[in-house]
Write a protein that binds this ligand. Structure first.
Ligand code: ZN
Length: 426
């Protein structure tokens, strides 16, 4: 049997298509069925399957089959120029610039925000200087990269995205009886000559830095109000009350204290996204996934700053410096159809691009001459991928890594839906 060094060297001298096994993250908020069914695993003990990672992130690299299993980041490191293409290798420092995921959100995730490249580089260096271990729970910056995110829903999907228009926030504070102390604070702000962004910054900072006793008082009142509404059955999913009530049950008081992340549900845009649509989260835009299944493509980073609804580390000071205090009119990403098969979801950013390939029986998809590296994930149906003198069958949940510029053709006799992650210049 060949050793690892030999198979890596052989692959780098003639890169070709290779099967890839993603890595599952069993975070507690994950669903029990979608991901196990997708990758053909039984889940008799109903473990949560939250995320399936496909990529070369050093903490959880995917594994490729070179006759023996090898981590994708090691494969790329042997000859980045050849495997990523010389342009991508130079632009992204010899690393795969994206991380491709499937997420199954059963319970809402933390309110979070991602840093810009500059903030990430400085934060990573600062925490290194302080000798905070990379795996330490209080570590904010696990790598020196930004983490813009694109996601496209695979089912009906609910999320929070960006701050609501300021006037709407003010209306909500006035309309919900429990928020009277916040409405009073806002009234004082409204008398000052401040830009809307400054008012929002002060309001959000006041909430995030409010003494816990005050947080508990306001949220206990809100809890009582929502308990009555819930008993009357008057809560609609399109209203923040519904999600606040869910947050109250998902994050019960810890030592008698409520999670202040619940306020953010009322400050942010609540989106209901149909299958095939999604959003893009650039640096600074606060967001939270609430429910549904989605594919996500992001820069190859794990840098997250959290603002509540989580058991994980929250660093309020760092968070308040990272959030962008702009009210966002959320734009759903619909993609652009290119021919009859490919729908491209482009983002204004150097790094990655997502496509959905919908193949009817008898049709084929041909890769472009210069492309990738690509990761293909078959989500529906079955297909064959042909390349040079290699043919691989793809069933539901199978994924493949295609080194840069290796030509391939996808064919199906039934029908198939394939999501393709690739590199792109924004
Ligand atoms: Zn995020």
């Amino acid at each position: 049997m060949k050793d690892k060094h030999t198979v890596l060297f052989e692959f780098a001298s003639q890169p070709h298509l290779v099967r890839l096994a993603g890595r599952v993250q069993h975070y507690t908020w994950g669903g029990f069925e979608f991901i196990p069914r997708l990758i053909g695993e039984d889940n008799p003990n109903r473990q949560p399957y939250a995320e399936l990672w496909m990529g070369a992130h050093p903490r959880f690299p995917s594994i490729v089959d070179l006759g023996l299993p090898v981590n994708l980041d090691e494969v790329i490191a042997v000859d980045p120029k050849k495997i990523l293409g010389s342009e991508a290798a130079a632009l992204f420092q010899g690393k795969l610039p994206y991380l491709f995921k499937v997420l199954d959100v059963r319970q809402m995730l933390s309110i979070q925000v991602h840093p810009s490249l500059d903030q990430a580089q400085k934060g990573f260096a600062r925490e290194n200087r302080k000798d905070i271990p990379l795996q330490a729970p209080e570590r904010n910056y696990k790598d020196p990269y930004h983490k813009p995110e694109l996601h496209i829903a695979l089912t009906d999907f609910w999320m929070l995205h960006g701050f609501r228009p300021y006037a709407e926030i003010v209306r909500t504070l006035k309309a919900v009886a429990a928020f009277q102390p916040l409405a009073n604070y806002e009234k004082k702000l409204s008398k000052l000559v401040l830009s809307e962004a400054d008012k929002l910054r002060r309001l959000y900072s006041a909430i995030m830095e409010m003494p816990q006793a005050e947080v508990d008082a306001v949220l206990s009142r809100l809890y009582d109000q929502l308990a009555q509404m819930s008993a009357r059955g008057t809560m609609a999913k399109r209203h923040p009350h519904y999600w606040a009530w869910r947050a109250f049950s998902q994050f019960p008081p810890n030592a008698g204290h409520w999670d202040r992340g619940i306020f953010s549900i009322y400050l942010m845009n609540l989106l209901h996204i149909p299958e095939g649509r999604g959003t893009f989260q650039p640096a600074g835009v606060p967001h939270a996934y609430l429910e549904g299944v989605t594919v996500e493509l992001m820069a190859n980073s794990d840098n997250v700053l959290r603002g509540g609804l989580t058991d994980k580390h929250i660093d309020v000071k760092e968070l308040l410096q990272t959030v962008s205090y702009e009210c966002v009119a959320p734009k759903l990403i619909k993609g652009r159809q290119l021919g009859s098969i490919e729908r491209i979801y482009a983002v204004p950013f150097d790094g990655f691009q997502l496509s959905r390939l919908t193949l009817p029986p008898g049709k084929e998809y041909k890769s472009r001459m210069h492309h990738g590296p690509d990761i293909l994930l078959l989500l529906e149906g079955e297909a064959w991928v042909h390349s040079l003198c290699l043919s691989l069958s793809l069933d539901r949940g199978d994924s493949i890594f295609v080194p840069a510029n290796v030509p391939y053709v996808l064919r199906t006799t039934t029908s198939a839906v394939v999501y393709k992650a690739t590199t792109a210049k924004g």
